[in-house]
Ligand binder design. Structure first.
Ligand code: AMP
Ligand code: TRP
Length: 356
């Protein structure tokens, strides 16, 4: 079975058509910290996959972001490969997309420095995610954590990105990216000749904010200390069953979407809707008279079935390390050429001399 899955993997050198052809550019990324969970999948990666044929896509593993909070050097490289393999396992197609590792392209760090020097510090201090993460870090807040959104802006801007598909929690960072572009273009470009392109967020309504299984008012997160709060894409069926069995519910019979006092109910129905591919109306009708005892096994089975092909393809990709390395090597080459071009453009606009 593994062999047949391996054949499904397209080799980067066997692409059938050029990826660009005047399409709009998309860029997004995920940090290699912890496991990918259903929030990452439904809020971000699934949307990358669904839209990929319409766009020219760049998907990076943002490993420079991963060290903005304390990290484990012994697992960073392996975690980076895991995320890249999961991109492929979730259905990213190399005919449409370039997959690469952020730290492999030095232009990301270099543009961050240039953007730092035009970004007012209070813009960064106002970021919700910074404030939330800083509280969790106590005394140990690094300059990198504050600067995290500028690095994210560099990721986006290096590729002349039009659209950034992310979950709701990243919207503010993309607004900040836009503010940086406007400021830089205003100071160093002209309306006819902007230096950088103004990107836009692409946030789907459904799945943009998947909530924790143990508290329907908090988002599902890699950093929640409780494993029971999230379903990871690589969780085996028994773990999925246990987590759904123990997830928080309410004592009301009959399940319904959008009830303000039933956040868990809305979240679990939304998961069922997205993972089954059914419409909201169909799910509302199917579940309106159900109790939790009937719904939980249904959600368990649907989740296990939805994750099974991803897990199989992940195993196939990981079994062939040479293949994954070739994907990332070619990805780096393609991304690097574009990144260096943009970086040079910015340096010229800022008045730098050309290296001799
Ligand atoms: P991160 O885990 O912070 O690297 O996030 C990677 C991507 O997943 C980003 O586009 C996030 O917006 C998205 N994401 C993370 N958590 C959730 C969630 N609970 N619901 C929806 N999207 C999410
Ligand atoms: N900050 C994003 C997150 O944690 C990850 C990220 C880094 C990103 N650079 C990016 C997302 C560029 C989109 C585009 O979710």
């Amino acid at each position: 079975m593994r062999d047949s899955s391996v054949k499904l993997l397209s080799h980067p050198s066997t692409r059938i058509e050029p990826k660009s052809m005047g399409k709009q550019r998309v860029l997004s990324g995920v940090q290699p910290t912890g496991n990918l969970h259903l929030g990452n999948y439904l809020g971000a990666i699934r949307n990358w996959v669904e839209g990929q044929s319409q766009y020219e896509n760049f998907f990076c593993v943002v490993d420079l972001h991963a060290i903005t909070v304390p990290h484990n050097p012994a697992t960073l490289a392996a975690d980076t490969y895991t995320i890249a393999a999961l991109y492929l396992a979730c259905g990213i197609d190399l005919n449409y997309a370039t997959i690469f590792v952020q730290s492999h392209i030095s232009a990301h760090s270099e543009l961050t420095w240039l953007l730092n020097c035009i970004t007012p510090i209070n813009w960064l201090q106002d970021m919700i995610q910074f404030k939330e993460k800083a509280v969790k870090q106590g005394q140990n807040v690094s300059t990198g954590l504050l600067d995290y959104p500028v690095l994210m802006a560099a990721d986006i801007l290096l590729y002349d990105t039009d659209l950034v598909p992310v979950g709701e929690d990243q919207k503010q960072h993309i607004e900040l990216t836009r503010d940086i572009v406007i400021r830089l273009n205003d100071q160093f470009g002209s309306p006819e000749k902007p230096v950088l392109k103004l990107p836009q967020p692409l946030i789907r309504k459904e799945g943009a904010r998947v909530m924790s299984l143990t508290d329907g008012t908090r988002k599902m997160s890699k950093s929640d200390p409780s494993e029971l709060s999230r379903i990871n894409l690589l969780d085996p069926p028994d773990a999925i069953q246990k987590k759904i069995k123990r997830c928080k519910t309410d004592p009301i019979k009959g399940l319904e979407f959008d009830h303000p006092e039933r956040p868990e109910c809305n979240n679990l129905l939304t998961l069922y809707m997205l993972l089954s591919g059914k419409t909201k109306e169909a799910v509302a009708a199917e579940c309106q008279d159900m109790g939790w005892g009937q719904f939980k096994p249904l959600l368990t089975e649907t989740t296990v079935e939805a994750l099974k092909p991803i897990q199989q393809k992940y195993q196939a990709v990981m079994a062939d390390k040479g293949y994954l390395e070739s994907v990332l090597r070619e990805g780096r080459q393609q991304a690097e050429a574009i990144a260096h071009f943009t970086l040079s453009k910015v340096k010229t606009a800022l008045g730098y001399s050309t290296p001799l």
